[in-house]
Design a protein around this ligand. Structure first.
Ligand code: ATP
Ligand code: MG
Length: 233
């Protein structure tokens, strides 16, 4: 479950406005996503989608308000607890953030190894996933030897490999063709059917139309529309 209760976010820039003078990037934001829910996060460029996702994986802390993640109050969490919680969250970043010195295989294997899974399990799961995303022939490549769309697929595989309780993706189909995007959506909807809460930020009208789910629409850092109520889920 994810709950935002009157959440505000101000970025503090070095040398710039600080404290309460900094502009609020996110304000008055309240919503709830039940465990196993699926939400599209939409809104114009600069509206605040990435900022909302950053709050959801604890990369930013709200300047005001309360965030509850997977049953825990994010504000009162110790570093160690936050690190453990983050392992149950799978994230696809807008800029992928793959580790440059690791192969595609090792990038995807990383979350499993951190969770101390056996190498046998790592091998079967990572190989299966990389097949699924069409990278079976490129497992040994480093990120800089892969195309943008290929890197994006590695990032997606890495985010789902541990079957996270919460899956967050920031424009995950931005570099994919329609066929690859549909395969990705099969992966995500499969994960969602098994109980993972899913939040996907996208500009793709096609995806939103073809995979109907409630939209959280953001405009200038505020929730302009929450379709959860209409959909009653
Ligand atoms: N670290 C930061 N410091 C200061 N301002 C920031 C920072 N990161 C983002 N912003 C500002 O916050 C606002 C929201 O940015 P955000 O990245 O959340 O938008 P977005 O909806 O994800 O846009 P896009 O669709 O282009 O990815 C923008 O005005 C941006 O300039
Ligand atoms: Mg963004």
């Amino acid at each position: 479950m994810v709950r935002f209760d009157d959440v505000w976010l101000q970025y503090h820039r070095a040398g710039g406005a600080s404290g309460s003078d900094a502009p609020a990037i996110i304000s008055h934001m309240s919503f709830e996503i039940p465990q196993g829910g699926f939400r599209w996060l939409t809104g114009a460029s600069g509206a605040g989608k990435t900022s909302v996702l950053k709050l959801m994986y604890l990369a930013e802390h709200p300047s005001r308000g309360k965030i509850e993640l997977l049953g825990t109050n994010a504000a009162s969490m110790e570093r160690r607890e936050a690190a453990l919680l983050r392992r149950r969250i799978g994230v696809v970043f807008q800029d992928f953030r793959l580790l440059e010195h690791l192969s595609a295989y090792d990038n995807v294997a990383l979350p499993m190894r951190l969770a101390r899974r056996s190498e046998g399990q790592v091998k079967s799961d990572v190989t299966e996933l990389l097949h699924w995303v069409g990278l079976e022939g490129k497992m040994d490549r480093k990120p800089n030897e892969l195309s943008g769309g290929e890197q994006q697929r590695v990032a997606i595989a890495r985010a789902v490999v541990n079957r996270p309780k919460l899956f967050l993706a920031d424009e995950p189909t931005g570099n994919l063709d329609d066929l690859q995007a549909d395969r990705l959506m099969m992966l995500i909807t499969g994960l969602n059917k098994m109980g993972t809460t899913v939040v996907v930020a996208t500009h793709s009208k096609r995806l939103v139309a073809e995979y109907p789910a409630p939209r959280l629409d953001i405009a200038r850092g505020m929730l302009a529309l929450d379709e959860s109520l209409v959909w009653n889920r």
